[in-house]
Design a protein around this ligand. Structure first.
Ligand code: PLP
Length: 400
């Protein structure tokens, strides 16, 4: 018998972490590896944000804060939600968490009873199903094929809802596809949700500002305010402000839900880092020019890498309107053989082949719940991306 609980034994380590580990191992062995795995901005946190952290430290902001976050940061979040999303929240409807990840997990932890269902459109961010499982819930994966823009339709939502449905999880723009719901698409989903008042909605808005099509990211709550009492808005500073290491995310939602999260977190982890909260306050209140500047850089990389990938016979990639990934269709490679004669039976074999034979690290679509695809991150230099594409092209040309 294992001394690790069955609840935890059911979950697996993050596949993107495993892929990164394997790439690092090959690198240690002296192989040249182009790492296109990591999903974090390659920029430094902007200087004015770093300065706010040092100043906070020097002024003594080194102690416990309120569990739900400093007044300054929650005020900044209230202002952000109003300014950028047109949403009204009070201070007691907001909680600051250690990254968006912690907000999502803790929201499940305070609401999911054993066997409760969470509808997760696939492809999905790798952590969602495991978080649900860790809370003894049941992930209900709904495949959203490329032909539908990798998006959930109203009919699919209607069919997936049962009396056990606790949550619908929405991530727009999405990791890994960049798929972004329009206001009209949200309208259709909201119409279904209005018929099923027991279903709560969690929106993971972490990539909202990383858009390449000039569109502002729509929000289901702005489209249908009647959902407010059962919606939890999750966001954070990690991706928008290149602050992944600072670990600041937040959730905004009905007070009973936020209070329950506050209670659980107060007994398990306590408040978020005081210095990081000061930095995040500056990120939200301060100069926003970094956002447009970094998005312009991501867009150049996206355009160029997308063209390079689509020029490779056997690979194709739909244009992602947001986030910083390419989700590449490799169905034409399935069934081909490597130079060593090994058949590629699934996207995991393609990813292994690219890693071992060409030294390019990516993540297989199986990790995201929709195959056969692989994900490549464009949050790295043009040089890395060009070299990666060159190697992928060479390796694919050797298949037969
Ligand atoms: N949500 C999505 C869709 C993500 O891709 C990520 C990071 O990869 C997160 C949440 C986690 O964000 P944070 O670093 O704020 O915990």
């Amino acid at each position: 018998p294992s001394r690790i609980s069955s609840r935890v034994r059911r979950i697996k380590p993050s596949p993107s972490t495993s892929a990164a580990d394997r790439a690092n191992e090959l690198r240690r062995q002296g192989k040249s590896i182009v790492n296109l795995v990591v999903g974090e901005p390659d920029f430094d946190t902007p200087a004015h944000i770093r300065r706010a952290a040092t100043e906070a430290m020097d002024k003594g902001a080194t102690r416990y804060t309120l569990m739900s976050g400093t007044v300054e940061l929650r005020q900044a979040i209230v202002a952000k939600l109003k300014r950028e999303n047109g949403l009204d929240y009070a201070m007691n409807e907001i909680i600051v968490t250690s990254g968006a990840k912690s907000a999502i997990y803790n929201a499940f932890a305070v609401t999911v009873e054993p066997g409760d269902e969470v509808i997760i459109p696939a492809p999905y961010w790798v952590s969602y199903p495991d978080m649900v499982i860790a809370c003894e819930g049941q992930p209900v994966i709904v495949a959203c094929p490329e032909a539908n823009g990798f998006k959930l339709t109203a009919a699919q939502l209607e069919a997936a809802i049962t009396p056990r449905t606790r949550w619908l999880l929405i991530n727009s723009p999405s990791n890994p596809t960049g798929a972004s719901y329009t206001a009209a698409e949200y309208r259709a989903l909201a119409d279904v949700l209005l018929k099923h008042p027991h279903v709560m909605v969690m929106t993971d808005d972490i990539y909202e500002h990383i858009r390449f099509d000039g569109e502002t990211t729509a929000h289901i709550l702005a489209v249908e305010p009647a959902l407010r009492d059962r919606t939890l808005v999750v966001n954070g500073v990690s991706k928008t402000y290149a602050m992944t290491g600072w670990r600041i995310g937040f959730a905004a939602g009905p007070a009973d839900l936020v209070t329950a999260m506050d209670t659980l977190l107060s007994q398990t982890s306590g408040n978020c880092c005081s210095v990081s909260q000061a930095a995040a306050t500056m990120a939200l209140n301060g100069d926003q020019s970094f956002v447009a500047e970094s998005v312009a850089v991501y867009k150049q990389r996206r355009d160029r890498t997308l063209a390079n990938i689509n020029a490779i016979p056997g690979l194709s990639c739909a244009t992602p309107p947001g986030a910083f990934y390419l989700y590449i269709n490799c169905s034409d490679l399935i069934g081909k053989k490597t130079p060593a004669g090994k058949p590629l039976q699934q996207d995991g074999d393609v990813v292994m082949y690219l890693l071992e034979n060409a030294g390019v690290a990516t993540v297989a679509g199986t990790a995201y719940g929709l195959s056969p695809y692989f994900r490549l991150s464009i949050a790295t230099s043009i040089e890395n991306l060009d070299e990666g594409c060159k190697r992928i092209a060479g390796a694919v040309a050797e298949l037969h």
